[in-house]
Ligand binder design. Structure first.
Ligand SMILES: NC(=O)c1ccc[n+]([C@@H]2O[C@H](COP(=O)([O-])OP(=O)(O)OC[C@H]3O[C@@H](n4cnc5c(N)ncnc54)[C@H](OP(=O)(O)O)[C@@H]3O)[C@@H](O)[C@H]2O)c1
Length: 219
């Protein structure tokens, strides 16, 4: 199945957390936020998981650089996102919710009534990310930015759908067994089945404290 180019952009602590045990996730310096918004402007669709919308209530628009807003896509197999989420109230970008047949139909209709496109894929609640990416390809999206969280990224890495990874390492240690890491899920067993990355660029952030690294996925 054809799929878009998938770029993962994450800001993580040195211990690999993307949020704290209490859900704190503002890890970026202003320069990192600008880089993230550049990546949004590069993409034609930005994808997040349902929990990211529930916890952070992000807008997912381009604000810190010049550029067009990508479509914002939420993968939400059970349709748990709140109906007053900012992405459903804000009209400055297209909003697409990809859900499953396990989701309540009445909520899907109400969300569609707010102007979002609700795409119901067969089965569920867990969706095959290859099918999600194939759907985005069919809709004409060629460059996808995946921002997280850890559960969404596991689905993408596990199905070998990621082409490039950009990580900003914030000079923090958050710890906590229950704090979300960059990639969650069942995990790989070892080097044999792990996703292998090749480092192509590493630089110290303009703030002097964060490190930004760019990797391509070895196919
Ligand atoms: N630092 C950063 O760069 C960054 C970026 C983004 C997010 N975050 C943080 O990450 C945290 C959230 O991460 P998370 O791992 O808990 O959640 P997440 O990946 O945002 O969302 C997970 C939920 O989305 C739905 N979902 C994901 N993949 C699916 C699939 N293949 N099929 C169907 N539904 C799917 C599921 O909902 P159901 O369980 O209902 O099925 C799943 O529980 C937040 O605290 C946020 O602040 C940090």
């Amino acid at each position: 199945m054809a799929k878009p180019y998938v770029l993962v952009y994450t800001t993580a602590t040195v211990d690999g957390k993307i949020a704290s045990v209490t859900g704190f996730s503002q890890l970026s310096c202003p320069h990192d936020l600008r880089r993230l918004h550049e990546a949004r402007a590069w993409s034609d669709a930005v994808v997040v998981g349902a929990n990211t919308v529930i916890v952070d209530d992000p807008l997912l628009t381009v604000r810190y650089v010049e550029g067009e807003n990508p479509a914002r896509v939420v993968v939400d197999g059970r349709l748990r996102i709140p109906e007053d989420s900012r992405i459903l109230r804000d009209r400055s970008a297209e909003t697409i919710i990809i859900t499953s047949e396990a989701a309540p139909r009445s909520k899907a209709e109400r969300i569609a009534g707010k102007g979002a496109s609700v795409i119901v894929l067969p089965g569920g609640p867990r969706l095959a990310m290859a099918e999600v990416m194939g759907t985005l390809w069919e809709l004409g999206y060629r460059k996808v930015l995946a921002e997280g969280g850890g559960d969404l990224l596991w689905g993408l890495f596990h199905s070998r759908l990621v082409d490039e990874v950009r990580v900003t390492w914030a000079p923090l240690v958050l710890g906590g067994r229950d704090a979300v890491t960059m990639v969650e899920g069942e995990g790989f067993k070892g080097r044999g089945d792990a996703v292998k990355l090749r480092l192509v660029e590493v630089r110290r952030c303009e703030c002097g404290q964060e490190v930004h690294a760019r990797y391509v996925v070895e196919k």
